[in-house]
Design a protein around this ligand. Structure first.
Ligand SMILES: C[S@@+](CC[C@H](N)C(=O)[O-])C[C@H]1O[C@@H](n2cnc3c(N)ncnc32)[C@H](O)[C@@H]1O
Length: 353
């Protein structure tokens, strides 16, 4: 659970000494993140000038994601399709056939968000009498609340449980053991979803693949989506999440850190060091970011012109993707792309050798 730290209601502060601005994160910042997460943020700022995107789904960031999803991704009368939902629909038979070894299926939705993408899939599996349980996992307690509300409304009779975890730092197998989700792996297959092109955002993609692998039995599947192609070939146009998710995340994060709007700008670019498309906060002045709370007392010095990465997306070339999958002890059962050949859904099982 995220530790809630009591705090007074200070506003974020930005003061200036001899041209160097001093920013102090808001009291809200310290209440959203646990001590461990704050240290993770400071480390990432010091080592890579980054606030990992995963932290931007917490606190008010949960609402930002849900709003973005409802406005730009959910199918509507004027936008009939959604990539994830369409790919799940297209692959339903393949997934259902594969899981026939077991009577029942648990869905373990890692990075569940608001759970919308799996609604139709769960409906179909439930009609076949195969749904046993839905387990939502997410770094964001706020999104887990949204997921619970949605799921309970859609499927009041299906067993639901949720856990707050960071898939980069927590053992998935341990959580499932606590949940006793897969007491009879011979009778209950587990389908692990990792949807919403989240795989390519992780700092430690190899570790995340291994984490999935280590929690899977022989009847289980990992199903994830990602953008495919070459990040370096990006045409420079901001669309989808890079436009409509990034904008509110940028406003929110800079306020939480205490960086003044007039001292920075939002930049989107291809970063060749990490082969990813990124969005950054570019500073127009030198800044000292002062983190001070409880036992934490650290400063991060940043020069004029330096950038803090707040959003990243790594597109996979298929051979690279296959290599990452195989290195983690998984193998591909099937994959399919959307009609624009820009997104892929990959279905993996534990490798047989
Ligand atoms: C891009 S959204 C996708 C949400 C949903 N799966 C979908 O397709 O709409 C990414 C989700 O993964 C969660 N997430 C990101 N990094 C995570 C991590 N390291 N551990 C657990 N959850 C994470 C976020 O909180 C968010 O809910």
């Amino acid at each position: 659970m995220t530790k809630k730290i009591d705090s007074n209601s200070q506003l974020p502060l930005s003061t200036s000494t001899a041209g160097c601005r001093i920013a102090q994160p808001s009291s809200e910042f310290y209440s959203i993140f646990s001590q461990e997460e704050i240290l993770g943020i400071i480390d990432a700022l010091e080592l890579r000038r980054e606030i990992p995107l995963k932290y931007s789904y917490k606190g008010r960031g949960g609402k930002i994601w849900d709003n973005f999803y409802l406005k730009y991704i959910t199918p509507r009368w004027y936008r009939a399709s959604s990539t994830e939902i369409d790919l799940l629909k297209e692959n339903f038979e393949c997934i259902n056939d594969y899981a026939q070894n077991c009577q029942k299926v648990n869905i373990v939705d890692v990075g569940a968000g608001n759970s919308y993408p799996v609604k139709e899939f769960v409906t179909r599996l439930n009609k076949l009498g195969r749904m046993n349980k839905y387990i939502a996992l997410d770094i964001s307690e706020e999104l887990l609340r949204v997921s619970r509300e949605n799921f309970k409304k859609w499927f009041p009779k299906i067993d639901f449980s949720s856990y707050q975890i960071d898939i980069e730092n927590n053992f998935l197998a341990k959580i499932l053991l606590e949940d006793q989700a897969n007491l009879e792996p011979e009778h209950t297959a587990q389908i692990f979803f990792h949807l919403g092109v989240t795989m390519g955002n992780h700092q430690n993609r190899a570790g995340v693949f291994r984490n999935f692998r280590d929690s899977m039995n022989k009847n289980d599947l990992l199903i994830f989506t990602n953008e495919i192609g070459s990040s370096s070939q990006w045409d420079g146009r901001a669309r989808g999440g890079l436009k409509y998710h990034v904008e509110p995340v940028y406003s929110w994060i800079k306020n939480e850190l205490g960086i003044r709007a007039e001292d920075c700008e939002l930049v989107r670019k291809y970063d060749d060091k990490i082969d990813s498309i990124v969005a950054t906060i570019k500073l127009h002045h030198p800044y000292t970011l002062n983190f001070s709370f409880g036992k934490i007392d650290k400063s991060v010095e940043m020069a004029e012109g330096e950038e803090i990465t707040i959003w990243r997306q790594h597109k996979y070339e298929l051979p690279e993707l296959q290599q990452d999958i195989e290195r983690s002890g998984l193998q591909i059962v099937h994959y399919s792309t959307d009609k624009y050949l820009s997104n892929v859904m990959v279905i993996c099982e534990v490798a047989s050798h």
